[in-house]
Design a protein around this ligand. Structure first.
Ligand code: A2P
Length: 305
């Protein structure tokens, strides 16, 4: 039986979910199948990952009842004016009637003329003066207002946000707006970016936090770090397992991405990290520095101001 957390909707969400960012079609399909076989019941994708088709196909072909799987997808930044149309397109690509969670991918609305090569999911790699792709007469507060209506349609069980700072959250939580409190804020978290303050703020509002890049992505050396390895030995665990269970000990969901069936299986093993070890890993950044692995081209806008 695996650890679950409770959303502000009353629904439960498995603490470990499979991340699918950066997987090719074949990898995405195979990893979702492998994860569901291993026992994962939480799969995270996004329109922007461009793998909703294989992810949905794997969910439908896995033999695991749909009702047992917690599925998340996300609204891409060029579609803020019409979240309903974007959601319908995602559901169609996935071959699903509903998702358990629909997230605003970034608190940033981009012009549709930022679309490259006719593909609405692709914006230019290097923005020519980043502000020129912002949608001028729009902000994410309006997007959130529109997303609320999706809950009544039954096509999403819960709505949430991603890459939101404390200030971004405060903007949609203004009492006079009477908006739905996001069920989730999905953010980058790993020992080089422990996000103490933001996590504490979310928890104080009943918002479940989800960690992406929990292993520091493929670009970090966290997995070969001697200190992490030493803690891992103590628990007869792998370094990756320590990083994943550090998140669970801190009370949030963890979304490790892997396309390797052995690692998918090993990442699913949960155990209780002691408060001392949890604290030691939380202090890691003091020695090693704070580092973000997500491309600042995406995050630089208004996302973290
Ligand atoms: P792979 O897909 O080949 O397993 P993050 O979730 O932090 O973005 O990290 C994902 C990266 O970490 C991917 O490159 C993934 O590669 C790798 N990875 C995932 N699980 C493990 C593991 N248990 N041990 C080592 N590397 C892992």
């Amino acid at each position: 039986s695996q650890t679950v957390l409770k959303l502000n909707t009353g629904a439960t969400i498995p603490a470990v979910g499979l991340g699918t960012w950066d997987s090719s079609d074949e990898e995405a399909y195979n990893s979702v199948i492998a994860a569901l076989k291993t026992g994962y019941r939480h799969i995270d994708t996004a329109a922007m990952y461009r793998n909703e088709v294989p992810v949905g196909k794997a969910i439908n072909e896995s033999g695991v009842p749909r009702s047992e799987i917690f599925v998340t997808t996300k609204l891409w930044s060029t579609q803020h004016r019409n979240p309903e149309a974007a959601l319908n397109a995602s559901l169609e690509r996935m071959g699903l009637d509903y998702v358990d969670l629909y997230l605003m991918h970034w608190p940033v609305a981009l012009k549709t003329d930022a679309i490259k090569d006719g593909n609405f999911l692709t914006v230019p790699e290097t923005f020519d003066g980043k502000r020129s792709v912002d949608l001028d007469d729009w902000d994410f507060v309006k997007t959130w207002e529109l997303m609320q209506k999706l809950v009544q349609s039954g096509k999403v069980k819960a709505i949430g946000v991603s890459n939101f700072s404390i200030n971004n959250l405060k903007d949609i939580l203004k009492p006079e707006l009477k908006f739905i409190v996001p069920a989730v804020n999905q953010i980058e978290i790993h020992p080089q970016l422990p996000q103490e303050e933001l996590i504490e703020f979310c928890h104080s509002k009943g918002i479940v936090v989800e960690a992406y890049c929990p292993l520091g992505s493929s670009k970090s050396s966290l997995l070969s770090d001697p200190e992490i390895s030493k803690i891992a030995e103590k628990y007869q665990a792998e370094p990756a397992q320590v990083l994943i269970n550090w998140g669970i000990a801190r009370g949030y969901c963890v979304l490790p991405k892997s396309s390797n069936p052995k690692r998918i299986e090993s990442n699913f093993k949960t155990f209780t990290l002691s408060p001392e070890d949890t604290q030691a890993i939380s202090a890691f950044h003091e020695k090693y520095g704070v580092h973000r692995y997500v491309d600042p081209n995406w995050g630089e806008f208004k996302a973290f101001v």
